[in-house]
Design a binder for this molecule. Structure first.
Ligand code: ADP
Ligand code: MG
Length: 705
């Protein structure tokens, strides 16, 4: 038996959370800090020294030697620079441990090597990190020792956001202000704050670390660039929710424990659809904390894998031919006094506030479908979105049978007089309880699905930060709320005005609702008829960030300036180019150094054996060897032609200087050339002697974890 884990005792053990603060801070300081955290009030700079002192003592008691401002630059991952707590040695050669308010609140990492998309000239390298006191500081324990990590935002000298947190915090303020106006219209004056809550479900693959090390594609690109399908894939659907294997179970146990210590409420785990694929979902939290915690989840998944001889692949499509990984971003809006604005109640047709909120969100998603799709664009996700497994690249909203019926009633007669109810699900077995049934079945193919009291945005890539999708969700919702509040606050007859507005918004934006099968070809055609955008690749999606509609909205709500948006466009093109360039060069490297030599060796063995058989026994039938030799040699020459073409194209594209043109060329020319090289290589893998093939196969990787 393994040791008993007391979750309650472990949970948050390494977090400078409210309990610790209450214990360690003077009452007045604690109160001020809590006010900032809970009400979004401005941080009183005078308390910083006291908080820093308490934080330092707490951290040092737990063995911390260093602290770091932990931030989220536009690389999409997190960054940190560690400083020890020691002060300059005294004349006697002694050091004391120091950490001032200034060091807590502000850091000054050299920003010159982070992407800025032209926002900051390299000679002006100054960047600042600023404490986000609404996301708790935590201790990280690893080989380095114990480090106090302080979640921060990252800005340039001139105040432009250089990270993914600053715009998120700004978007939270925007939606808070506008949502409160909506609540107030319905007579609610007690709610003081509305914050988005987010629960991200994280998918990942686990492979054996030794096999991982034998694949340069996994090492450099995070995904396989070659690989023939094994005889069995995911067709039996026997992995989904299947019993968890021992080795993986031990891994999951440790992942959970590490996350609980960091205060991440890891809750659900199961096997996913593809062999070797799994999912972890924490309980939802305030969005900026959820984003930070999702970064910790990704970090811990990777770190703990190493301790179990495993490697965790977060890439959206590590293996062709089986499902890829995504991140389902469950999003809702909740007030400080517990009202979920997305809760329809039992009788949604009577819940006018909910219907207004719903119609506003439908409007927001329809108007800014391109932006929402863009927010989920990353290089790896191009293999999922629009391919026949993940949500399509077309944004639509699933609202379910019950709400669709209410919308129908409102749009046709102008009145909604009933709500379809769930009723009871008869199990037909006497010993089983009958279950109460939800009013709506689930839909698994919609990119944006209403699931009872939240929306589930399913497009996000598994390796990507969930910040951008939530920035967009918060801001487009703020805009729709604002437009509604502007009309309704002026209305003489509120009841009629709100009724008319709901009807008008639903009628105008109904086209975004789709409850059918999002994976079908018919939907692609239907969506085109409805005029919904279908941005198939990241390259098609990027421009959405800086359209006039996007710039106007983001500037109005002070989430992004035009310059910030334009810089992000540049960064995304660059990111695309760099990723594809690495993939292409990895393929070239593997082909030249591993695949071609292996095939040549195999043909030589075949030829030798052919010659030997012929001389030993001239009448023996050698047709099999001859045919094999002809077939293998033909694929070998295809591979050589394809790799030469890929080398030429990659060299040509890497010399292009303009970002958009370059990324587009990589997409249009290099990506197809990579596919052309992969095809003969995968054929050869199926023919060449397994002992000679230099890479672990798909079967080895996903069935033998
Ligand atoms: P599914 O059945 O969709 O796979 P999971 O249990 O894996 O569901 O994940 C659902 C996620 O949604 C969890 O992170 C959960 O905490 C989160 N969630 C539940 N209610 C809300 C809500 N009101 N707002 C935001 N997220 C929520
Ligand atoms: Mg799930």
């Amino acid at each position: 038996m393994s040791e008993v884990v007391n979750v309650a005792e472990k949970f948050g053990k390494n977090v400078f959370n409210e309990t610790v603060m209450r214990e360690r801070l003077p009452k007045s300081v604690f109160k001020k800090l809590k006010k900032t955290v809970e009400d979004g009030a401005e941080l009183d700079p005078s308390i910083a020294d006291v908080v820093a002192h308490a934080m330092k003592d707490w951290a040092i008691e737990r063995g911390a030697t260093h602290y770091t401002h932990w931030f989220q630059p536009l690389t999409g991952i997190t960054a940190e620079k560690h400083d020890s707590f020691i002060s300059a040695p005294t004349i006697e050669g002694k050091v004391i441990m120091e950490f001032s308010g200034k060091e807590l609140v502000k850091g000054e990492p050299d920003a010159s090597s982070f992407p800025s998309g032209g926002l900051r000239a390299t000679f002006e390298a100054r960047g600042y990190t600023a404490w986000d006191c609404t996301s708790p500081a935590f201790l990280r324990e690893d080989a380095i020792g114990v480090t106090l990590c302080i979640p921060t935002a990252f800005c340039s000298y001139t105040g432009e956001a250089l990270d993914k947190k600053t715009p998120l915090l700004r978007s939270m303020e925007a939606v808070d202000e506008q949502a409160l106006r909506i609540l107030k219209l319905f007579g609610n004056t007690t709610s003081k704050r509305v914050t988005p809550s987010v629960g991200p479900e994280q998918e990942y693959f686990l492979v054996d670390h030794n096999k991982y090390l034998q694949r340069k594609d996994l090492i450099y690109a995070g995904r396989t660039l070659f690989g023939a399908m094994p005889p069995k894939g995911q067709e039996l659907e026997d992995h989904y929710f299947g019993a968890i294997r021992e080795r993986v179970a031990a891994y999951m146990k440790e992942v959970n424990e590490e996350l609980w210590k960091l205060g991440v409420p890891a809750k659900t785990q199961h096997n996913e659809v593809a062999p070797a694929q799994h999912e972890l979902a924490p309980i939802f939290e305030q969005v900026n904390v959820a984003v930070d915690h999702n970064h910790l989840v990704m970090e811990i998944l990777k770190k703990v894998a190493g301790r179990h001889g495993l490697n965790c692949l977060l890439h959206e499509k590590p293996f062709a031919g089986v499902n890829g990984s995504g991140k389902h971003n469950n999003w809702s809006l909740t007030s400080d006094n517990g009202i979920n604005l997305l809760n329809p109640g039992e009788t949604p047709h009577e819940n006018i506030q909910f219907l207004l909120v719903l119609s506003c969100i439908l409007k927001a998603v329809d108007k800014h479908a391109d932006l929402l799709r863009e927010s989920a664009a990353d290089v790896g996700n191009d293999h999922r979105l629009g391919a026949n497994e993940a949500p399509p690249a077309i944004i639509s909203v699933f609202i379910g049978e019950q709400l669709e019926d209410v919308v129908d009633q409102l749009c046709s007669t102008g009145e909604a007089t009933s709500s379809k109810s769930g009723g009871t699900l008869k199990t037909g077995v006497r010993t089983l309880p009958d279950l109460s049934k939800d009013a709506t079945d689930r839909n698994r193919t919609s990119p944006f699905a209403f699931t009872g009291n939240k929306f589930e945005f399913r497009m996000v890539g598994s390796a990507d930060s969930i910040s951008s999708p939530n920035v967009v969700l918060n801001t487009i919702t703020a805009e729709a709320f604002k437009e509604a509040a502007d009309v309704l606050e002026k209305a003489d007859d509120f009841d009629t005005a709100v009724h008319d507005l709901i009807k008008e918004q639903l009628a105008a934006h109904r086209r975004i609702i789709f409850n059918g099968n999002g994976y079908s070809d018919a939907w692609v055609e239907e969506a085109e008829k409805r005029g919904l955008p279908n941005l198939k690749s990241m390259i098609d999606a990027i421009p959405a960030l800086a359209t006039e509609a996007a710039v106007n909205m983001f500037e109005e709500f002070k989430v992004f300036t035009k310059a910030e948006l334009e810089s992000r466009v540049e960064i995304e093109y660059e990111a695309y180019t760099k990723a594809i360039n690495i993939e292409a060069r990895t393929m070239i490297d593997m082909t030249g150094k591993q695949l071609i030599p292996a095939v040549v060796k195999y043909t030589t063995i075949l030829a030798d054996s052919l010659g030997k058989i012929k001389s030993a026994c001239p009448d023996a039938d050698t047709s099999v060897q001859e045919e094999l030799l002809i077939e293998v040699s033909a694929y070998l020459s295809d591979m050589k032609v394809a790799v030469s073409a890929l080398i030429e194209l990659t060299d040509k594209c890497s010399a292009i200087s303009e970002n958009k043109e370059q990324a587009t060329a990589y997409h249009d020319e290099v990506v197809p050339a990579m596919a052309a090289l992969r095809a003969p290589a995968d054929k050869l893998e199926m023919i060449v002697d397994k002992d000679l093939w230099p890479l672990p196969s798909y079967g080895d990787l996903i069935f033998e974890v």
